[in-house]
Ligand binder design. Sequence first.
Ligand SMILES: Cc1cc2nc3c(=O)[nH]c(=O)nc-3n(C[C@H](O)[C@H](O)[C@H](O)COP(=O)(O)O)c2cc1C
Length: 173
Amino acid sequence: MATYDDIVGLRTVRRFQKRPVSDKDLASVLEAARWTGSAKNLQLWSFIVVDDPEQKARLVETGSFMTPVINAPMAIALVRMEGGYDFDTGRVAQNLMLAADAIGLGSCPVTLHDDAAARAVLQLPDSAYCRYAVALGYENKQAEKEARREQRSRIPVGRKPLDELVHRNHWNG
Ligand SMILES: Cc1cc2nc3c(=O)[nH]c(=O)nc-3n(C[C@H](O)[C@H](O)[C@H](O)COP(=O)(O)O)c2cc1C
């Protein structure tokens, strides 16, 4: 049940402590990402760890809602290589974030809305594409709690009920 509870309980973290992510914790998170299953086990992904402050600031300019990256000591850009599937990128992101949570790290997915800017900042080859990154760090629990309280009216929390989401056998079921 512990794993189930962790999956159901995973929430985004957008406020982080200043301290850097330890090499050991980073390695654990990347190892979990590496073991994600992908279509035909092609593993058409790469991970760009962005922890240089100047490079992180450049990455921030590529998205519209980058508070998590501004606050985090690091972000991991999820690169989809040519022929790779978005489904695989989503799986790798979720595994990475669940693994991070399991070892005491907070995370938040972010969108790099400006494709061209992301390509330039990350110096991607033509065969690579990056639309998403994950902000990563140790949660600042107090700041996160306060921010969540303030945001309650703007960002919907919770989830839709299952009876809105689940159909049986066909759309009208
Ligand atoms: C594909 C995707 C893109 C996202 N992009 C951003 C983003 O750019 N900035 C941000 O702060 N959160 C982003 N999020 C986080 C969502 O806002 C978050 O998953 C949602 O509000 C649920 O949060 P909760 O699990 O804490 O309730 C993104 C999430 C996903 C799945």
